[in-house]
Design a binder for this molecule. Structure first.
Ligand code: F6P
Length: 461
């Protein structure tokens, strides 16, 4: 047990923190603050709450900041050795655990749990222990700690041993695998993950479906279901999005996009991190099928697809990105004409351009294989100028809230997705606007930070 207690009353632990640093050419450190639900959640707690965010140093700039003792109030970055972090983050979290919960493995090649996996698993344990020890050191007596995501599944159990006085929560932003899939993990590892999570007083998931899957795994493989429940659902930040999407840089990008799309054409928009669960390849196959079966849309529609780089340290993510590019080129070669490019694929992350696409969208395509929630499905209807039709996978968490006014699809069914795209493009403008309004209302029913505030209340309650 820690001999002295820290001062923080509310602690958040996550791999990625609210700030990152880059070393400038003159050696100075430049801080870049991130946005998102967690950041606004923490600001909602108020400044007198003695809140502390414990996160990992991710870049050379971050590590340099830790070494120089540069930092922000309320943030503690852990300088975990780069090779340990790489094993834990790339090897275990983004390869194994991400693939299990999103059910992405493909036989006969994967998964293979060999000596390399065991080495990476040991790093995952070390990485989780570093978080548990830092939290144990910083937390005041009886403080509330909310641990985030699949990177840190062992932390609740480890922290419970170090500090039995704390109120510990864990929140998953991903789906949770059903028992029949989860059991492919080595038995001891599956048990460690589940028992680690069960060390928490409360476990939060974005939908009841993911909470039930966790409870089923815990019952079958760890002899207890814990207090797993659905968290408040993450909402889209309507005020921020509406204001930001009318700023000059977005207007500029709209003009450029309009030029690229061409006069009078419909747009099908998708915006994703290029990551296998997003199912971008099947989305493109469905679009190709649409052009094949509905010749009337040729020259009259453009698929605006933004596929931003993600987790590029891993070959499987790089290969996926290459496949997306290859297929987009193939469709353009097959159907394109001198005045019409059927797929406008952009690979460079640009938030202002994403908002510009949201505003121009007639149809939003969100077809993940599995997704904890999916915020794009919530954001596009809020921002779209004329109202958009939403083609939505029934495997996205957002389906629970938006399913009624979306056109829903089985993400594996390319033929049905092509039919759904046709239906969305053919929807009468009045119906589209009506549905879009209801989608936007459902997406913004809760303030974006509410889920985090609710987590804390439930923990303290
Ligand atoms: O979208 C689910 C999620 O787990 C987020 O909570 C988290 O920020 C993200 O994925 C992690 O991915 P990355 O490390 O690539 O940012």
């Amino acid at each position: 047990m820690a001999s002295t207690y820290g001062a923080a009353q509310v602690l958040v632990a996550s791999n990625r923190g609210p700030v990152s640093y880059a070393v400038g050419e003159d050696g100075s450190l430049n801080a870049k603050r991130g946005g998102g639900g967690l950041v606004s959640g923490l600001s909602a707690i108020g400044s007198d709450a003695d809140a502390l965010w414990v996160c990992s140093a991710l870049s050379d700039g971050d590590r340099e900041a830790v070494r120089r003792g540069v930092g922000e109030d309320g943030v503690r970055m852990l300088d975990i050795p780069a090779d340990v972090h790489a094993d834990a983050y790339n090897g275990i979290a983004n390869s194994v655990l991400w693939f299990v919960h999103h059910m992405l493995y493909q036989t006969p090649l994967e998964p293979v749990f060999d000596a390399e996996f065991r080495r990476q698993w040991a790093s995952y344990e070390t990485y989780n222990r570093a978080f548990a020890e830092a939290l144990a050191e910083e937390a005041a007596q009886g403080a509330a700690v909310v641990v985030q995501d699949y990177h840190l599944t062992l932390v609740p159990g480890m922290l419970r041993e170090l500090r039995p006085d704390l109120r510990i929560g864990h929140f998953s932003h991903t789906p949770w695998a059903p028992p029949e899939y989860f059991r492919m993990l080595p038995d001891d590892v599956a048990g460690q993950v589940l028992r680690g999570m069960l060390g928490a007083d409360r476990l939060g998931f974005l939908t009841q479906r993911w909470a039930d899957a966790f409870a089923a795994c815990a019952e079958r493989f760890a002899g207890g279901s814990g207090h797993a429940g659905r968290g408040a659902r993450a909402g889209a930040d309507a005020d921020f999005l509406r204001k930001r999407s009318h700023e000059p840089d977005v207007e500029e990008r709209m003009a450029a996009l309009r030029e690229e799309i061409g006069e009078g054409r419909r747009t099908i928009v998708r915006v994703d991190r290029t990551e296998l669960s997003k199912n971008i390849v099947r989305g493109l196959l469905a679009y190709r099928r649409l052009l094949e079966t509905h010749a009337e849309w040729r020259e009259r529609v453009v698929h605006v697809a933004f596929a931003y780089p993600s987790r590029q340290d891993l070959a499987v993510y790089r290969d996926y990105m290459a496949e997306v590019e290859r297929l987009a080129d193939e469709i353009n070669a097959e159907y394109g004409t001198p005045g019409w490019t059927p797929v406008l694929l952009h690979l460079k992350d640009d938030f202002a351009r994403s908002l510009a696409a949201y505003r121009l969208a007639d149809v939003a395509l969100v077809n993940p294989i599995r997704d904890g929630m999916n915020l794009v499905a919530k954001e596009v209807p809020v921002v779209s100028d004329a109202g958009c039709a939403l083609v939505l996978s029934r495997e996205a968490g957002a389906y629970e809230e938006l399913g009624e006014d979306a056109i829903t699809v089985n993400p594996y069914d390319v033929t049905a997705t092509a039919v759904a795209l046709h239906e969305a493009l053919s929807m009468r403008p009045e119906e589209r606007a009506e549905r879009s309004k209801r989608l936007a209302a459902a997406a913004t029913a809760l303030p974006p930070a509410q889920w985090f505030v609710d987590q804390l209340e439930a923990l303290r309650g």
